[in-house]
Design a binder for this molecule. Structure first.
Ligand code: FAD
Length: 464
């Protein structure tokens, strides 16, 4: 008996339930299903509550990614079955109706996904359907990178040092399912809703792989350009990783780690793994400070300040440029995310959770683990976070990372004609600036810094 004949005897029909792994390449759930089952039903559950919560940019991105995945499934004889509803009901019902013996998934660290998966797995078990869970969205799954004592390092550098030494295996190419299993079209599904506008990034695995190939030519400049928001100097792969149109193992296998630039990208993927592992350990990461004493900070309930920040009208050009880039494109450069987030938390003394929610609504790559992990880093409330006394000065950050104001003027047109000497401090331009409709700074940075240090120092020593 050939290998293929053998595997077709192993099991019968399986569902591959796609969630944040919208690809066939290096997809462990897909590979396991097609190599152990005779018939495969690809499924995605469109939950209207989740789609509404996804925000405009992620909605556009996921619709494009789903269309691309459907096209791939059709090219091998099946289709992506889109079913509307709550996954805890839809998945067990589909499994029962189709007589599936297993449901294959790649796991997700988000607390809501874990809760949902527990319910689905229990309901499947009641029907004798196997829940076959894999990890496909991280280089290393939670638990794979440990300290000598066997725990998760709460400091990034030791995590990174171990992370680099743990073998992760090579990514697996799509195992040509038509030779192994039949990909079915069992009908009975809804049409993909139309998107109101194109996605922020080219959809599907093809788009992500094109981007990866393009990056291969420029990645060696990454250490020099990654902090300059005016330049397209980062990979812009975060949305592809967020929706899983690209596997992080594939990124490492294509780029390698043999130059400083390539190693630097791998290090960022280690940060991504680290925040995912921290979230697995602390599912309340978006609601509780991981250093709990900082939950006692007397945050400022400054709604006018919060609105000005959201709209990009704080009067601090680099902050406003970032917030407008976010609102217009669903993406913001990492350096500017740090500056804008620091401004909200430290200059306005507004609770980091409000900013985290705003970012998560708008970011095309927004997800709990990465967003809350980074917000807690900026706020100084998480593990290995920026120390509370490190308070970015938005003006000097702007001068350092956008020296000629090219990024600022792209997003803040009111400053397009200001003398470059004043682009970071338009309030100094006086009459030279004229009547341009750009706000005066909403805080005095030096006074705000002192207020922040006071608020943090009051709670810093509680329960240390
Ligand atoms: C306040 C704040 C909120 C953030 N929210 C998110 C979020 O919701 N989702 C998200 O994916 N990233 C988030 N980040 C991290 C980072 O800003 C983005 O991953 C990065 O800007 C994406 O652009 P890129 O793909 O060009 O990154 P590159 O610099 O090219 O990095 C390559 C990949 O490494 C990962 N990475 C890079 N920086 C980080 C980081 N600081 N933490 C974790 N992973 C990283 C990303 O997956 C990224 O695609 C946030 C950062 C801050 C400061």
């Amino acid at each position: 008996m050939t290998h293929n004949e053998l595997v077709k005897h192993i099991d019968t029909r399986a569902i591959v339930w796609f969630r944040r792994d919208l690809r066939l390449d290096d997809n462990p759930a897909w590979e396991a299903a097609v190599t152990t089952h005779r018939e495969i039903v690809p499924l995605f559950v469109l939950d209207s509550r989740l789609m509404a919560a996804a925000g405009v940019f992620r909605r556009r991105q996921i619709l494009a990614d789903l269309a691309a995945l459907d096209a791939r499934c059709r090219s091998i004889g099946g289709r992506l079955h889109l079913v509307e509803g709550d996954a805890t009901t839809v998945v067990p019902a589909m499994a029962a109706r189709l007589g599936a013996t297993a449901v294959h998934v790649n796991l997700d660290v988000s607390p809501l996904a874990r809760q949902r998966d527990r319910v689905v797995a229990d309901r499947l078990a009641e029907r004798d359907v196997r829940w076959d869970a894999h990890w496909g969205g991280l280089v290393h799954p939670p638990g794979a990178v440990r300290t000598a004592k066997g725990s998760l390092s709460q400091v990034f550098t030791p995590f990174w040092k171990t992370w680099r030494t743990v073998p992760h295996g090579l990514p697996h190419a799509d195992p040509v399912p038509s030779q192994l299993a039949e990909v079915l079209d069992v009908g009975d599904c809804v049409a993909l809703p139309a998107a109101d506008a194109p996605p922020p990034f080219a959809g599907g695995e093809h788009g992500a792989h094109e981007r990866l190939r393009a990056i291969d030519a420029t990645v060696d400049d990454y250490p020099a350009t990654r902090d300059l928001p005016a330049i397209d100097g980062t990979t812009q792969l975060s949305a592809a990783l967020r929706f899983g149109t690209l596997s992080p193992r594939r990124v490492i296998s294509v780029l390698g780690t043999h130059t400083q630039g390539r190693e630097a990208v791998a290090r960022q993927l280690a940060w991504r793994d680290w925040y995912a592992h921290i979230t697995w350990q602390h599912p309340t990461i978006a609601s509780n400070a991981l250093r709990p004493q900082y939950d006692a900070i007397a945050w400022n309930q400054d709604d006018a300040g919060f609105d000005a920040w959201c709209q990009g009208r704080t009067g601090f050009p680099i902050v406003d440029a970032g917030m407008r880039q976010l609102a217009h494109t669903g993406w913001m450069h990492n350096r500017v995310r740090m500056i804008a987030a620091s401004f909200l938390v430290k200059d306005l003394l507004i609770d980091w959770r409000r900013g985290e929610r705003w970012f998560r609504t708008l970011l095309v790559d927004g997800e709990v683990s990465q967003n809350a992990g980074n917000w807690q880093w900026v706020a100084g409330t998480g593990p290995d976070a920026a120390p509370y006394f490190r308070i970015f000065n938005p003006t000097s950050q702007g001068k350092k990372f956008d020296p000629d104001g090219a990024y600022i003027t792209r997003w803040v047109p009111e400053l397009a004609h200001i003398d470059t000497r004043f682009v970071h401090e338009p309030w100094l331009a006086g009459s030279l600036f004229g009547a341009a409709d750009y706000p005066a700074p909403i805080v005095d940075h030096a006074a705000a810094r002192a207020r922040c240090l006071d608020a943090y120092s009051i709670v810093r020593d509680i329960a240390r």
